[in-house]
Design a protein around this ligand. Structure first.
Ligand SMILES: [Zn+2]
Length: 643
């Protein structure tokens, strides 16, 4: 997710400093890095970089950057705060002075001498303390399993083009540990647990996490058949448990189907081979990130013990990160397509990058057997309802949650729906579900979003010298024109309505198009609580406009609702309902009888005092639900059918 055609000399050098040498990198010799991961169990990683520079008759001030906008993070979240040791010397180990660039902590200036031909940088990095914005691209160590994100120990010249500058890597691991990464390996010395890797571009290096550990199993998949060409894939599993690396057949088979179904969906593969890195561990936090020739996935071994234990976020992780190889890595929003890791990115089109990936990831989850069709229907019902209750869309359009992505990642504990979060994921998913439904209903199911994917993701074949298709930027205009090539429709108007305009209500046209109705019903739908993003707590959002904890404490209030009118807020505690001591069922009963008894008396704790309030509500029990309309064709069934 990153490459943009901007002159960084103009944008960055002039803006930050006018005296820094502009082309210090020697064009011929690659940067080299020696990573020492032997202390990963102590949560330390060290690295020595050698950065060749053009010699000069005069001392130079060389600007180096620590990766700031790391691909996949959608923000300036490079974890530079964890660098806990940084020294510089020249090629002969003579110390060089350095200083931080004023106002830009990711940029350092190293003072060289006329004799300097290479800058050696020694970096010590403290692992396992990710920030909200660095989770997927941080480095983690433990006594048995590790994840190294190369960006955490990288410094590169300000003038370097991430696609042209090369880097060679050596990696030392704890005794008997193994490693897997998409960087092509040139040597492995088992006796010293040392790996050497071929020279790759800086982009490739940053884009290739290294998973390592004591217990390791590799699964190789050759899945081509007469209809579908599939590049070789390998699944690399690491764990603290020698048995957890042997994945249950009920997990491996859907993973193989995921690869084949995605190949059928996208029509081409922008890589020569692919590595799925999977840590089955409780020693590292669950997380994941997309890459061009690999994916990083960390899950608990309990989740991976059988298909029945794999649910929700954990089940979605691998398909989601895998789909990003097409949507986000190969096809990138133009404003995110930068040529280095310091140029700020425009993230408006994350509703495509993440929203389309979310949709396709869940569709592939269903087509490959990870989830059944009923579970997918439940997911759609949950997300339609979440969108209907969203409160920040009244003041900011969906596109603003994308533009402001990196400040919204953590969500909000107080008034969460008012501030919103990274809503472009799920409302973006609903946009693409609606687009699929529109294409299908306008073409009598002859065309679908699969046709859009074939066009949009069409990739040239990788060559012997190019292992993956270079990122191909896109704009909003291309999204509209490609959709129009599939079927003529007012796509521009739909994007404005769903993505770019503020709104008060929610238009559930998508449900109607799919052959369903999305409306308030008296009965709660029977959706399992462990469905991904099922609302937490006791849920009265469709009636009184609030959710509660089990003890009667208010969790969240919806603006304009009866609970809002009596000024409830987070932490208000209901002690009694209509003269009955609080429990969840007495409030249910009061709502059920509200058509004959529209004044609900509530005794609440108000600080040190008790207070009586009356809520006026006469609507009876209500719950926004997705219900099948038998008069219409069920398009969801068609969308989810394996190809
Ligand atoms: Zn994603």
């Amino acid at each position: 997710m990153l490459l943009m055609l901007r002159s960084f000399c103009l944008l960055t050098v002039l803006a930050v400093s006018s005296y820094v040498t502009c082309s210090p990198l020697s064009a011929q010799t690659p940067i080299s890095i020696e990573m020492d991961a032997r202390e990963l169990p102590r949560k330390l990683l060290t690295a020595e970089l050698s950065i060749p520079i053009k010699s000069s008759k005069k001392p130079q001030d060389i600007a180096l950057w620590y990766p700031k906008w790391v691909p996949g993070s959608h923000g300036p979240g490079g974890p530079i705060e964890n660098v806990a040791g940084l020294t510089f010397s020249d090629q002969d180990n003579n110390p060089l002075k350095w200083s931080r660039s004023p106002g830009e902590v990711f940029r350092v200036i190293v003072k060289t001498t006329p004799q300097t031909t290479a800058i050696r940088a020694n970096i010590r990095y403290i692992t396992n303390q990710p920030s909200t914005n660095s989770y997927g691209h941080d480095t983690f160590g433990s006594r048995m399993v590790g994840v190294i994100s190369p960006n955490t120990v990288l410094l590169y010249p300000e003038t370097a083009d991430a696609d042209k500058a090369l880097i060679t890597t050596t990696l030392k691991l704890p005794k008997d540990w193994k490693a897997a990464t998409a960087i092509p390996q040139s040597a492995h010395d088992e006796a010293t647990s040392t790996y050497k890797y071929d020279a790759v571009s800086l982009r490739n290096f940053v884009d290739s996490p290294i998973m390592c550990g004591l217990h390791y199993r590799r699964y190789d998949f050759e899945l081509s058949d007469e209809q579908t060409k599939v590049s070789p894939h390998s699944l690399h599993v690491f764990s603290e448990s020698p048995t957890a690396v042997d994945l249950h057949e009920s997990i491996v088979e859907p993973l193989k189907k995921m690869i084949v179904q995605t190949a059928k969906l996208t029509g081409s593969q922008p890589f020569d081979r692919f590595d799925i890195l999977l840590a089955a561990t409780d020693l590292l936090p669950a997380n994941g990130l997309e890459h061009s020739r690999s994916t990083l996935n960390v899950l608990s071994p309990r989740d991976l013990s059988s298909m029945g234990s794999l649910k929700g976020w954990s089940r979605l992780l691998i398909p989601h990160e895998y789909l990003h190889t097409w949507c986000g890595k190969y096809r990138q929003p133009a404003e995110m397509a930068t040529h280095n890791f310091q140029t700020p990115q425009g993230t408006d089109l994350l509703w495509v990058y993440e929203g389309l990936t979310q949709y396709l990831g869940e569709v592939i989850e269903a087509r490959s057997g990870f989830m059944n069709q009923n579970e997918f229907r439940d997911r759609v019902g949950v997300e339609l309802r979440n969108a209907a209750h969203q409160q920040n869309r009244q003041w900011r359009p969906l596109v603003d949650t994308a533009a402001a992505s990196h400040i919204l990642r953590a969500g909000s504990d107080t008034w969460p729906k008012l501030r919103g979060s990274q809503d472009y994921y799920m409302e973006g998913m609903l946009f693409w579900l609606e687009a699929d439904a529109i294409i299908r209903s306008k073409t009598n199911n002859k065309k679908s979003l699969d046709d859009f994917c074939h066009k949009f993701f069409a990739a040239p074949e990788p060559t012997a010298t190019l292992q993956y298709s270079p990122p191909k930027p896109y704009t909003r205009k291309e999204i509209v024109s490609t959709l129009n090539e599939i079927v003529k429709y007012d796509w521009d108007g739909l994007i404005k309505r769903r993505v770019e305009n503020v709104r008060t209500g929610y238009d559930p046209q998508v449900a109607d198009l799919l052959g369903y109705e999305f409306a308030a019903k008296a009965e709660r739908p029977n959706i399992p609580r462990n469905t991904f993003r099922f609302p937490a707590g006791i849920d009265h959002l469709d009636t009184l406009g609030m959710t509660l904890y089990g003890d009667g404490t208010v969790m969240d209030v919806k603006l304009g609702s009866p609970a809002d009118q009596v000024k409830f807020s987070q932490g208000t505690k209901i002690v009694a309902v209509n003269d009955h001591i609080w429990n969840a069922s007495v409030l249910d009963e009061a709502i059920a009888n509200s058509d004959v008894n529209p004044l609900i008396n509530l005794l609440i704790e108000d600080g040190e005092k008790l207070k009586l309030v009356q809520i006026h509500y006469d609507g009876g029990p209500k719950y926004l639900s997705l219900v099948r309309n038998d008069d219409k064709e069920d398009l969801l069934e068609k969308i989810l059918a394996p190809r």
